[in-house]
Ligand binder design. Structure first.
Ligand SMILES: [Zn+2]
Length: 117
């Protein structure tokens, strides 16, 4: 399941659904290797999970952002929005932390480490 956080712009309230690819998260949190992350991202992409999340976000009028491509965006109102997860308090710190409960947010699935392979 894809990790997507919804951030409202602090000034105008416009909502951004920000997709954090696993390869990107793993590089920050070290919860997996980049190779693992890339593989899981590919699987999610192939399964259509990303498309579903994206369509859902856009259907609710949110702007879809891929955090691995854009770490900062400028809202249409002119406010700069920092997408760096490390700067946000609502961040899964460790495995076992399952979700930020907030409307519009897709639950963080937890990181399942495969013992081998
Ligand atoms: Zn704004």
């Amino acid at each position: 399941m894809a990790l997507v956080f919804t951030f409202p712009c602090g000034r105008c309230g416009k909502k951004y659904s920000v997709y954090y690819p696993k390869v990107f998260l793993y590089s920050i949190y070290g919860t997996g290797t980049p190779a693992q992350g890339a593989r899981e991202d590919e699987e999610e992409m192939a399964s259509g999970a990303i498309d579903v999340a994206r369509r859902r976000a856009e259907a609710s009028g949110n702007v879809w952002v891929d955090a691995s491509r854009e770490s900062k965006i400028v809202c249409s109102c002119g406010k700069s929005l920092d997408l760096n997860l490390a700067h946000h308090p609502r961040v899964p710190q460790r495995r076992g932390v399952t979700a930020a409960r907030q409307s519009g947010v897709i639950a963080f699935p937890g990181v399942h480490r495969k013992p081998s392979s």
